[in-house]
Every structure is written in structure tokens, then in C-alpha cells.
Design a binder for this molecule. Structure first.
Ligand SMILES: [Zn+2]
Length: 150
């Protein structure tokens, strides 16, 4: 799938459908990633009594992608206060952007905006002065095409 608008709408729809099942009442949130292999990976925040042990909603999908050596191309994260609200799009936080860099600086992230439109921005647009650029590419831990474990 190459059309970002169409893909974004599909990702958003899948995220809502997941939220309706996983969080039928009250707060709900999840992240959905799309990969070059046309897989959709959905994950939720890791909750813990110890706030320092919590993890962002995107983390599980990224771990899953690394496990199967899938190439993430798009990321979208949503949250809603209750089941009657339309989920708001949340831009991936700084650490998630840092993690998503593993798949290159052209990974597209859906960004928060006042109209809650699905707008994708490349990581390189969100953070054009990335610190890692000062290091040679071969020194960076990044996605490499290889064995797929699907
Ligand atoms: Zn995050």
C-alpha cells in the first residue's frame, strides 16, 4: 500500500476497532505500526504500579517488528478518555522517535494536530538535527534486510 492517506485511515480504523475490544469502557489507547511486509502491529502501553517501569504504547509493536525482522514504515498512536470520544492522534514521543530511527529516518509518524487529521511526517522532518548523524552509518544499530520469521 503506497497511498499514505488511505493507509492512515485504515490504521486509524484498525486502532479504533482494537480499542473497542480491549478498552470497551473508559480510557483506551494503542499504537499501530505498518511494515514493508504489509503487516499491522498493534500494541498498548505497559502499565505498572512503579511508573518508572511503564512503557509507551509504541514499544510492543517495535519489539514485535524486531523479533520478526519486519521493516516498520508507518506509526500511528491514539488515545481517548472514554469510549464515546474519537481517539486523538498522539505524536510519538522523543524516545519512541529515537527507537523508530532503527528503521531509518524516513519512517513516517502520524502527528498530533488541532483537527485530529491523519498527517504523517518523516522522522527526519520531526528531528532534522539528529545526533546520530555524526557517526558513520556502519556504526549505527539499524534495520538490515534479512531473514523474515513470519
Ligand atoms: Zn514514546
Amino acid at each position: 500500500m503506497t497511498d499514505d492517506r488511505e493507509l492512515g485511515e485504515l490504521m486509524y480504523k484498525k486502532a479504533i476497532s482494537f480499542l473497542d475490544k480491549r478498552f470497551p469502557q473508559g480510557w483506551g489507547g494503542c499504537a499501530i505500526m505498518y511494515t514493508a511486509e504489509e503487516q499491522f502491529l498493534i500494541s498498548v502501553a505497559f502499565e505498572s504500579f512503579n511508573a518508572a517501569a511503564c512503557l509507551c504504547m509504541e514499544t510492543g509493536a517495535m519489539c514485535e517488528a524486531q523479533k520478526y525482522n519486519l521493516k516498520i514504515t508507518h506509526s500511528l498512536c491514539v488515545s481517548r478518555d472514554n469510549e464515546n470520544e474519537s481517539p486523538q492522534i498522539l505524536t510519538a514521543c522523543g524516545i519512541c522517535q529515537e527507537r523508530l530511527r532503527y528503521w531509518g529516518d524516513d519512517v513516517k509518524i502520524a502527528v498530533s494536530n488541532p483537527e485530529n487529521k491523519i498527517i504523517f511526517k518523516k522522522i527526519s522532518e520531526l528531528n532534522p538535527y539528529y545526533w546520530g548523524e555524526v557517526f558513520p552509518e556502519e556504526d549505527r544499530e539499524e534495520y538490515k534486510e534479512g531473514a523474515l520469521l513470519l
